[in-house]
Design a protein around this ligand. Structure first.
Ligand SMILES: Cc1ncc(COP(=O)(O)O)c(C=O)c1O
Length: 371
């Protein structure tokens, strides 16, 4: 009897099959008519009406390629933040830029550091580039500079720091980020992922712009998916030293940002009133949710972003999974964060007033407390 041998077939590069594919937040609740999606930190207020209008206008010109260097968008970002547009690169979401940075700076055998509850795209981008993700423990759900520095070796090429971090909402004060940068060997690229920076209202926070401007090994990534409400268009930008910008520009797709995204992005970044409106909504409801959920006896990690991390007991019937089922049955979709080493927590994006009130009432019902 002949034994059939497996046929040789194409094999992905080392690391690729070790990747746990990213699982996006759920967006539906079977059998529930009205669903509130609070699982992906999207803006409950949507984009600026001007961005929607600019997006619509591009419908007349879909046969045209976009400007491959997104010059007008980079100039608009430069005007708003006082930055040199030549030091900005735009991407199809900041995911695109994080992956490009990994591809440009990591090779087989290199290491990239991220923290225990750091954003999941970092290990994915690292493994995809053939390198090894190294995890630095957090303290109190917060990245810790000394622990990160202790993990740096000659193999370390990138440190990914989400500031504030998703899914914890915690942040590292600017003094600490500066201290880390000063202590790093100059060959290590510090990638500050400031996806939620527009929401942060703390005196000791800085998004990364200042550090990029004064050093040769720091890059800051930003997104239009959160406060600008344009997650569906996939748009992000990074600001970095000229040599990093040059490297990323060499490997990015020649038209990596599409026409509607460029048009809507320009209108969005210029509509500072809409950003203020979204920030004010977040300020009110982030504080309210933290307090009201805390009153129910659940621990909420103090957040500087547009979401809260809610911790649940491990008692049967009271767990994060039980709560998730209960909330989903009411059309309230939060995010399970087991993949972030937080099996006993759920992350909730700040939603509309209606959604926020419904979640707090549902949690009270789930826990059997009176409200
Ligand atoms: C920390 C962090 N960085 C980056 C992103 C990705 O943003 P984008 O939609 O621009 O790819 C997210 C989205 O959830 C995030 O939480």
């Amino acid at each position: 009897m002949s034994v059939s041998r497996p046929q040789p077939r194409p094999t992905p590069r080392p690391g690729v099959l070790s990747i746990q594919a990213y699982v996006p937040g759920k967006s539906s609740a079977p059998g529930v008519a009205k669903v509130f999606k609070l699982s992906s930190n999207e803006s409950p207020l949507g984009p600026s009406p001007r961005a929607i209008e600019a997006y619509r206008r591009t419908g007349e010109h879909l046969e045209d390629y976009p400007d491959g260097s997104a010059s007008e968008l980079r100039e608009a970002i430069g005007r708003v933040y006082g930055l040199d547009p030549d030091r900005i690169v735009c991407g199809a979401g900041s995911d695109d830029l994080l992956n490009l940075l990994a591809r440009a700076y990591l090779a087989d055998g290199d290491e990239a550091i991220h923290t225990t509850h750091g954003f999941l795209v970092y290990p994915i981008a690292t493994l995809g580039a053939g390198a090894t993700p190294v995890v630095a423990a957090e303290k109190n759900y917060t990245a810790d500079v000394d622990t990160i520095l202790a993990k740096v070796t000659v193999k370390t090429k990138i440190i990914f720091l989400a500031n504030p971090n998703n899914p914890t909402g915690t942040y590292v004060p600017f003094d600490e980020v500066k201290r880390m940068q000063r202590a790093l060997p100059p060959h290590v690229l510090l990638v500050i992922d400031a996806a939620y920076s527009e929401y942060v209202e703390r005196n000791d926070y800085e998004s990364g712009i200042e550090l990029v401007a004064t050093s040769e090994n720091v890059v800051m990534c930003r997104t239009f998916s959160k406060i600008h409400g344009l997650a569906g268009l996939r748009l992000g930008w990074m600001y970095g030293p000229a040599h990093v910008v040059d490297a990323v520009n060499r490997i990015r797709g020649p038209f990596n940002v599409n026409l509607p995204a460029i048009a809507a992005g320009i209108a969005a970044i210029e509509d500072t009133a809409h950003q203020d409106f979204s920030r004010a909504h977040n300020r009110t409801w982030l504080a309210w949710l933290t307090e009201e959920i805390g009153k129910l006896g659940l621990e909420v990690t103090p957040s500087a972003a547009n979401f809260v991390l809610i911790h649940f007991p491990t008692t049967k019937g009271r767990t994060a999974q039980d709560a998730d089922r209960f909330l989903t049955a009411r059309g309230l979709i939060l995010r399970q964060v087991g993949a972030y080493q937080l099996p006993n927590a759920l992350r909730m994006s700040v939603g509309t007033e209606e959604a926020n009130r419904l979640v707090v009432q549902a949690l009270a019902d789930f826990l059997g407390s009176k409200r």
